[in-house]
Write a protein that binds this ligand. Structure first.
Ligand SMILES: Nc1nc2c(ncn2[C@@H]2O[C@H](COP(=O)(O)OP(=O)(O)O)[C@@H](O)[C@H]2O)c(=O)[nH]1
Ligand SMILES: [Mg+2]
Length: 305
């Protein structure tokens, strides 16, 4: 049966239960050892990932387009595997819950970092020493950010290069950039890959008292993401004040650093000339998913939070 929704996704999961040995032999498909993973090319069809859950269960993971899934199901049927439309997880043995959660999370992995970490989990659970502490819960909650993009909000006075930074990070012109202060009329968002961590980045209109009604409305709209931000960045250049924010910023970023430096920031950039972008990416990624979490060999309880 197909465990993933009947809708396009990155990866689909088809579960084959029962006499998997015979079925895969007929289909001339390799069968990984229990707990193992293997890439396999189904001729003229697709590259699939094979995950052997237990003696009697195999997961076949093709790309998630509906057409591909249909063809893989037909290919299985052609080799004597009967199709079952049920999609209940209820009968899964609880001992394998973490592995099933990991497999169910695969479609959410949009970067190779997330994918590699997920695929490393079966062996991490196997090697696990059986202990679990609140620090593990905190680590897993941070790792879950690799599957559920955090909201990153950059706030600061107008005309300091906030939209230019978003554009530079997104690699294309998304937000409106202009010389006149307050050009960004509404917050503009983009999903940005910060070296393996996807975030939803929201660019806010400048935070200042405004006599322009449209801009004032945009500033009101901006307050909402400010309150909801998972990661709040205060921005200012050498000539402006740090903005007043609903809570302490997670990062203070000095903008347009080519025009002047400031010593009270955590990082600096001059996005218009591409300076400091790498540093900005790393500062945010390492704060949200620290390197110690990415390299920890302890298992990841996926989507536990
Ligand atoms: N010198 C310099 N100018 C910049 C830099 N980033 C942006 N600017 C300029 O500053 C002005 C305002 O930029 P914008 O991104 O719209 O600022 P925002 O209002 O904070 O979003 C534009 O003229 C940009 O070209 C930078 O790193 N260095
Ligand atoms: Mg702007």
């Amino acid at each position: 049966m197909c465990l993933t929704a009947n809708a396009p996704g990155a990866v689909a999961i088809i579960e084959v239960c029962g006499a998997v040995h015979t079925a895969m032999q007929q289909a001339q498909c390799p069968l990984p050892d229990v707990g193992g993973l293997q890439l396999h090319t189904i001729p003229d069809l697709d590259d699939v990932l094979l995950a052997r859950i237990d003696e009697h269960t195999l997961h076949i993971m093709p790309h998630g387009g509906r057409h591909v899934v249909r063809r893989v199901l037909h290919w299985l049927a052609d080799h004597g595997v009967s199709l079952d439309s049920a999609s209940s997880h209820a009968t899964w043995p609880s001992a394998q819950e973490h592995e099933h959660n990991m497999l169910a999370a695969l479609p959410l992995a949009r970067t190779s970092l997330a994918l590699e970490l997920l695929l490393a989990q079966p062996s991490r659970w196997q090697d696990w020493d059986g202990t679990w502490t609140p620090a593990d819960d905190a680590r897993c909650a941070r790792l879950d950010r690799l599957l559920h993009p955090p909201l990153v909000v950059l706030a600061g006075p107008p005309n300091i290069g906030k939209s230019t930074l978003l554009n530079a990070l997104a690699g294309r012109t998304r937000a409106l950039v202009d010389d006149a202060p307050g050009t960004t009329r509404d917050h503009v968002g983009a999903a940005i890959d910060l070296e393996g961590l996807i975030v939803h980045w929201v660019d806010t209109p400048g935070l200042r008292e405004s006599d322009d009604l449209i801009e004032e409305a945009a500033i009101q709209v901006a307050q909402d993401p400010l309150a909801r931000a998972d990661f709040l960045i205060a921005a200012a250049d050498a000539t402006t004040q740090w903005p007043e924010l609903p809570r302490t910023a997670d990062l203070r970023l000095a903008m347009r650093s080519d025009l002047g430096q400031r010593s009270d920031a955590d990082g600096q950039c001059a996005a218009a000339i591409g300076d400091g972008l790498e540093e900005v990416v790393q500062l945010i990624r390492d704060a949200l998913v620290p390197e110690a979490d990415r390299t920890s060999t302890r298992p990841w309880k996926v989507n536990a939070g």
